[in-house]
Design a protein around this ligand. Structure first.
Ligand code: NAP
Length: 318
């Protein structure tokens, strides 16, 4: 079967279009180097061209090795055929640390540039942490304007084609926009049928910021997720009626929100299954049922860093 061609979206101020279905690389328990590398190569074979990594996932090096191998094997002619997103970790979020942190990610990835560089979370940690939760003293507010100016510098230096944010609420984005010379191209945030993010989605659309959904399947089998999407009866009933899987119904619903998607699977069959959402649609009735599902945020920063006041305040923002 031929590899699927994935549609792309143009990001504001970015010369390269971004494929709207991308492959995540955060795994739990963390997969080893060879497993991640093999999964990326397999994903390229089935048609993925956009990969989502982060310093914090420990996946930049295997992703970089997989890209180099894909070019060597002729799976892609050059790295330019791939769209690579990575993220600034909170321990390097002091403005002076940001350009060096981006350069470090580039070394990990063996790349001259990434396509998209995101601030991972709107918070700063005063040190590198290897275990979570972290002590209260380590957690500081982010100098939002200073950090954003340094992100702009990364783009001006050609280290990245576009810059954006992740897990940012409307208020923090407004703060960036009040002084930005390059507005964020993307906000990457949790979105799935059980966390619909209507306010943030509308806000981003209004401001021309592209919205990317992570954990579209509820991050099943990870420390930060559960089976609330894949075992949801409403989604399962729709899937049965349509001859699709519950995962495909969830992904199709997310796709119909006009956003792009980052989902993770290191299993070849599920990689393909997750791409098979482009040439069919949900009915109005399906959408109405899904839109009535009770809402629950899955990923909170407090569940990672600990229930510190400053963290809880951020989690409460929409
Ligand atoms: P997800 O994509 O919703 O779920 C991934 C889990 O679902 C994995 O356990 C995967 O296992 C399983 N899975 C995938 N396809 C499936 C299918 N068709 N049927 C059944 N199970 C399936 O969750 P996520 O990993 O949290 O989110 C995706 C990516 O978004 C991450 O990898 C990361 O790159 C990014 N992300 C970003 C942030 C952020 O703060 N910016 C936070 C979380 C995630 P198998 O591998 O075994 O298939």
């Amino acid at each position: 079967m031929a590899a699927t061609t994935i549609p792309s979206v143009n990001l504001k101020g970015c010369e390269k279009a971004m494929p709207v279905l991308s492959m995540g690389t955060a795994s739990y328990p963390p997969a080893d180097f060879e497993k991640i590398k093999a999964a990326i190569l397999e994903a390229i074979k089935v048609g993925y061209r956009h990969f989502d990594t982060a310093f914090a996932y420990g996946s930049e090096k295997p992703v970089g090795e997989a890209i180099a191998e894909a070019v060597r094997l002729g799976l892609v002619q050059s790295r330019d055929e791939l769209f690579i997103t990575t993220k600034l970790w909170c321990s390097f979020a002091e403005p002076t640390q940001i350009v060096p942190a981006c350069q470090m990610s580039l070394r990990n990835l063996q790349l001259d540039y990434v396509d998209l560089y995101l601030i991972h979370w709107p918070i700063r940690l005063t040190e590198m942490v290897s275990k979570t939760p972290v002590a209260r003293e380590v957690v500081r507010p982010l100098d939002v304007k200073g950090a954003w100016a340094a992100m702009e510098e990364c783009q001006k230096l050609g280290l990245t084609k576009a810059i954006g944010v992740s897990n940012f609420a409307t208020k923090t984005i407004e703060e960036i926009l009040s002084s930005a010379t390059i507005p964020p191209a993307v906000n990457q945030v949790e979105l799935n049928p059980l966390w619909r993010q209507e306010k943030l989605k509308d806000f981003c659309r209004e401001k021309g910021i592209h919205f990317t959904a992570y954990s579209p399947l509820g991050a099943n089998n990870t420390k930060w997720g559960d089976n609330r999407i894949l075992d949801n009866e409403v989604l399962a009933d729709i899937a049965k009626y349509r001859g699709k899987t519950t995962a495909q119904v969830a992904l199709r619903w997310v796709y119909e929100q006009g956003v792009s998607i980052v989902t993770k699977s290191f299993n070849k069959e599920r990689m393909k299954e997750n791409l098979d959402i482009l040439d069919w649609s949900l009915s109005e009735e399906d959408v109405e049922k899904i839109n009535q599902l009770p809402q629950r945020k899955g990923t909170t920063l407090a569940s990672v860093l600990g229930p510190h006041d400053i963290v809880l305040e951020l989690d409460a923002l929409v």
